[in-house]
Write a protein that binds this ligand. Structure first.
Ligand code: HGY
Ligand code: MN
Ligand code: MN
Ligand code: MN
Length: 411
């Protein structure tokens, strides 16, 4: 018996309608009213199934079922938070697949030797604070309560305050850490968010490695002055410095780093941000990724050198803050083999590939065996309203995950 696809699509249409930007993609930040509404719906579905539910200190939702509930679980799930005006499928597909798979396993009364655990990670996108995978990083002990008081959003509100005001008990972080023996394996179904499967005409991707990622916040400070009366030779203009560094980033990622290195500046701000004033400060974020473990280090070294040289040339003060970091993660050979065995048996049209996007399951890699299944993204587009994955591919990916979970849970 496969999943009940119509039932899953009912969940899907409910959740994608919960967005702050109707008509312009999905905007559902963690700890927002939209998040609360989506959580209420999903928690009510979990209660209907009689799952034992826990919402942890940072807002990860964990829901388990199975006779021997305290044995190491098979964990499936993803995230429901989005970027600003993001797509419908990023994260949500993996969560709804997990919910539907649990429904099917309960209905068919499969004899399970391990409990199945649905997880919905909080703040995967980092849309509030710029730190991706915050929920899974806190779950796995990468941030403590004190540090959560120092990570702040653009309005100066800390993670601690935001999560507390969402009604969670953030002080409980240390008690809610994931322990080594809790999870036997974690498998995340996710859209590829790239164009490899599509160009290779494959419907399933078995992920080998997940890119590492460094997020830097760069602040350049010069001298604000009158735009009309200040001679060009007497300026220390941080916007010119930023422009130099940003164009270098593109060139360096293309020509001076590893072929697998990518780098993006997707967020920039300027003070006082007035057309007839030479800026005082310019702040921008750099997202650097690579599936090769030394790629980020090679790039970061060149970046720091460039920031230093440009600051000297334009008499600017600079700060470079590493606000988020995650290593390249090679996924579990046992889980990859299990997925491939079933994909072969059931004639899925699959290939193995790496993930340029980061994913929560990578954060659990030192505590359990991790695998990921990708399904195609039309035109490789993601993190935008045009993001699309066909129902046929979603259905195939869910059924593959269901059969992998059955195999792992009955061993
Ligand atoms: O940015 C990412 O790779 C993920 O979608 N948060
Ligand atoms: Mn995602
Ligand atoms: Mn994403
Ligand atoms: Mn993810």
């Amino acid at each position: 018996m496969g999943i009940n696809f119509e039932r899953m699509m009912l969940d899907f249409s409910k959740i994608i309608s919960i967005t702050k930007t109707p008509g312009n993609g999905c905007t559902r930040f963690s700890y927002s009213p939209e998040d609360k509404q989506a959580r209420q719906y999903l928690l009510s579905q979990m209660e209907l199934l009689g799952l034992s539910i826990k919402v942890d200190a940072i807002g990860n939702i964990r829901a388990k079922f199975g006779k021997e509930i305290d044995k190491p679980s098979i964990m499936i799930g993803s995230h429901i938070d989005t970027v600003e005006s993001g797509g419908k499928y990023d994260g949500l597909t993996g969560v709804l697949a997990a919910l539907e798979i649990i429904r099917v396993l309960i209905e068919e009364e499969t004899e399970l030797r391990h409990p199945i655990e649905l997880i919905i990670f909080a703040e995967e996108e980092g849309s509030n604070f710029g730190v991706t995978m915050l929920g899974s990083k806190v779950l796995t002990g990468r941030y403590n309560v004190e540090e959560l008081k120092s990570i702040k959003n653009g309005e100066g509100i800390s993670v601690y305050e935001k999560v507390q005001s969402f009604g969670l008990n953030i002080e409980n972080v240390e008690n809610d850490l994931l322990r080594k023996n809790e999870v036997m394996s974690m498998i995340e179904l996710h859209i590829e968010q790239g164009a490899v499967l599509e160009t290779q005409s494959k419907s399933i991707g078995i992920v080998q490695a997940i890119a590492g990622m460094n997020t830097y916040k760069i602040n350049l400070e010069g001298e604000s002055n009158h735009a009309g009366t200040t001679p060009m030779g007497l300026r220390s203009d941080p916007m010119v410095g930023a422009a130099n560094i940003i164009s270098f980033i593109q060139q360096a990622a293309k020509e001076m780093a590893l072929p697998s290195t990518v780098a993006t500046v997707g967020k920039i701000s300027c003070q006082p941000n007035v057309p007839n004033i030479i800026p005082k400060k310019v702040e921008f974020y750099i997202d650097i990724r690579d599936v090769e473990s030394n790629g980020i280090e090679i790039f970061s070294k060149k970046l720091k050198e460039k920031v230093k040289n440009v600051s000297e040339e334009h008499s600017l003060k600079n700060t470079i803050e590493l606000i988020g970091a995650s290593n390249t993660v090679k996924l579990s050979p046992r889980i990859i083999e299990q997925i491939e065995e079933i994909a072969k048996e059931q004639n899925y049209n699959y290939m193995k590939l790496n993930s340029g996007a980061v994913h929560d399951s990578a954060m659990l890699n030192n505590l359990t065996e991790v695998g990921m299944i990708f399904i195609p993204s039309l035109g490789g587009k993601s993190h935008c309203p045009e993001e699309f994955t066909s129902e046929k591919d979603i259905h195939a990916g869910c059924n593959l995950l269901l059969n992998v979970v059955r195999a792992l849970a009955t061993k």
